[in-house]
Design a protein around this ligand. Sequence first.
Ligand SMILES: Nc1ncnc2c1ncn2[C@@H]1O[C@H](COP(=O)(O)OP(=O)(O)OP(=O)(O)O)[C@@H](O)[C@H]1O
Ligand SMILES: [Mg+2]
Length: 552
Amino acid sequence: VTDPAHADAEGPTTVQRRGRVVAPLLLDGLAPEVPFGLVGRLVGPGSDTELRLQLHRIPRPQALDLVHRAEAVAETELASGAGPGATPSELESEVASARELGRQVADRDQDLYRIGIVLAATGTTLRRAERGRSDLVRRLQAHGFRIRRPLYEAATALAAPTFDGAERRPAGYWHTLHTDGAAAFFPFVDEGVAEPGGILVGVLLDDAAPVFVDRWAHGSHSWAFFGATGAGKSFLAALTALRTRWRRPDVDLVFLDPLGEFGRLATALGGAVVDPTAPATGRLNPLDPASTGGDRVEKAARVATFLRALFPTVRDEEAAALDLALESLYAVDREPTFADLVAATAPRPSSERLAVLLDLFVHGSLRHLNGPTTVRWGSGPTAVDLARVAEEHRPFHLAYLLDAVLGRLRDRPGPKLVIVDEAHLLARDPATAAFLDRLVRHARHFGAGLLLLSQNPDDFLGTESGRSLLRNLRATIFLRTPEVSAATRAFFHLTDSEADWLPRARLPREAGYSEALLRLGPSHLPIACVASTPEYEFLRTTMRPVDPGHAG
Ligand SMILES: Nc1ncnc2c1ncn2[C@@H]1O[C@H](COP(=O)(O)OP(=O)(O)OP(=O)(O)O)[C@@H](O)[C@H]1O
Ligand SMILES: [Mg+2]
């Protein structure tokens, strides 16, 4: 409503409202990166500026369609080498981010929003309002926004919404943004994380606000903890397991335990220990096709991966002979043993050395694995203890046991958590890294999350599957890390101050708790991982200290 007393104060790009001139502006182009809370700093409380946001969530099928079309456009431009003013590397990163967004939308980690944005400066006179608007324009441009003053459209820009998002607005009003992008426009920042039903992960170093995260509320249920030896990874994993059980008593817990630290904890929680080197606790036959739910082709491929982890010197022609032997082995519908595999390995010159290697399972140190599976899994927490496995056999054992464990979990109802300590044992070899990456992605289809513990993310960054795996983790916790490589900084988007802080994060033996950086989606939160006294007492008496001979 125009106030006659101020009619002469109104210009072609402003409106009058209750005695004040309102000078809106629209964002013709969004900045490539909008830091969280930026708009809040530009349009602060007490200033003469205002921000209006209108959000409409785009239904998922339509959102996926939009993202796929954006990806196709960028791909076509990349292929034709003729983007409108974009370099090939810009186009490549556009394709990659469209693909990443597509994955996140499909995983329900992100939604797409149709978002209406209008900013306005106000003043008692036209001059004051215009001055405020120029100021706002300058600051927005400095952050990379393209600005538009709505000529003869100020009233349309500022009109009340119709709540269906269908009303007419000037160009530059509507935008399409994903959840994080939309959140970045909210004029306030609340760094606290309190996911309902989540477990306490730590308290913010800033203000001691507790951080609760619900593993099962996200597309990926898997997390990783990284940190130097003694930084507190195993302890935090055990604490996470305890707290998870407390929130979800039905959770199925398995520890894949290369150093034998979790056995007593599993027993104390009413569970059991499986030792693959001790016939008394039963055998898990690495060749048992039950782990892939009867998919024998997939099983043959996995066995080839495990065996190559065990025999890294296998040559191409030997690998081919092994593949043939496995193919014939799994063509018959029964559970094969290693004796069967040796028999299936054709007596050809190319498989002579292979037969010698495989003899390890018939007459050598792994002969206890030659036979059908006899382990009967209980229902309580289970620790699979690898402490007595020869060091050079650990990657092999970890790989087939992980396969067996996930096979066991596939058919069980309810949530599952599998803790894999010393996960670098699988990350360094590209074949087992690819296997681990696939398991992380498949596990969520039956409600299972993996928690990977490892000293250095660089072990994972070295292979494409390692990087894919890291991208598929919902939460990553960095405990004290002596050196943060440039690759780690770049991959996790760590700021310089975060990367400089990690080597100084306090250790449990210094502080009585561990300091860490929690990376949760786009948030990076410095936290303290603190156990309550009863939790600490319980874990101190149930976690076996690592035998120094095994550490490393
Ligand atoms: N949050 C904590 N509060 C109290 N004590 C802790 C905490 N975290 C770890 N500790 C103690 O610090 C010691 C080292 O922790 P932990 O064994 O978990 O380290 P790690 O990162 O797993 O090391 P490694 O790489 O050698 O396996 C243990 O004695 C453990 O009890
Ligand atoms: Mg440990």
